[in-house]
Design a protein around this ligand. Sequence first.
Ligand code: NAD
Ligand code: FES
Length: 299
Amino acid sequence: YHMYKILEAGKLAGNIYQMVVEAPRVAKHCLPGQFVIVKADEVGERIPLTICDYDREAGTITIVFMPIGASTEKFAKLKAGDSFRDFVGPLGCPSELCEEANLEETRKKKILFVAGGVGTAPVYPQMKWLHEHGIDADVIVGAKTKDLVILEDKFKSVAGNLYVTTDDGSYGRSGMVTKVIEDLVTKEGKTYDHCVAIGPMIMMKFCCLTTKKFNIPTVVSMNPIMVDGTGMCGACRVIVGDEVKFACVDGPEFDGHKIDFDGAMKRQTLYKTEEGKALLRLREGDTHHGGCGNCGGDK
Ligand code: NAD
Ligand code: FES
């Protein structure tokens, strides 16, 4: 079988790791917004991770992650020269903003990206793609503190305006990303027709409340609620408008103004325990997406 060699591995900041992995097939086909499922060894769990960059010629994918469990802890210990057992992808729907077919429309828009914490990583390929197509969007990059700001130089090379902000004011502007959105729109004369917010759930929730006030359509990425990434576990069930969706199959991107964030966050907490899972099963039935052909999915 094939192994996926790690060419570079290191810390980007704090507890945030970056790796460049040899995966030519994924690198050839992936588009911004998509993710991969990674497995360290035979016995390891499959973990969905967002794609931070890709190089089609070199055949490499860059991933950025923060260890949050046994498997991602294991990933963090791997070094250049080691390999992943599985590196499956690209998965999920590509970002609509980065579709050739929409290019004419996209060119007319003033676009704002809002990137928070580790969620900053998946914003980069979208902005890079747009830059390569002559569109330089603005971006707000938020982090708790100076040492946790990531990818600043990469963003500089593809952004129209880059606004870095830290919660504690130790670098760039001061305050959360939502404050910067407010300031740009109400005090600095900026107007935007489209926003993409990617980061922790709570950040995306408050970004959507803010952009709703200013009537800026907003897309969010629901990667944080995924568990197996294959449509089978049911973890990433989310209500969008009046529809049931699964982030890993129907997303990860959705219209943020239609998402029930509070419901999704409550569900995420329940999903963490067996008791909580049982409660969800009782309330919702077997809520996996299906796609396996063995049942009617969520219907
Ligand atoms: P963090 O807690 O440091 O937050 C990042 C920024 O979000 C903050 O600097 C702040 O500007 C903003 N923010 C946080 N709370 C806010 C609030 N209540 N209102 C307005 N803005 C707020 O982020 P972290 O610790 O790096 O985040 C890790 C999380 O990112 C994990 O939960 C992970 O699941 C998620 N993540 C998301 C994606 C995605 O695709 N959406 C990808 C990777 C990681
Ligand atoms: Fe398991 Fe989507 S992550 S169903």
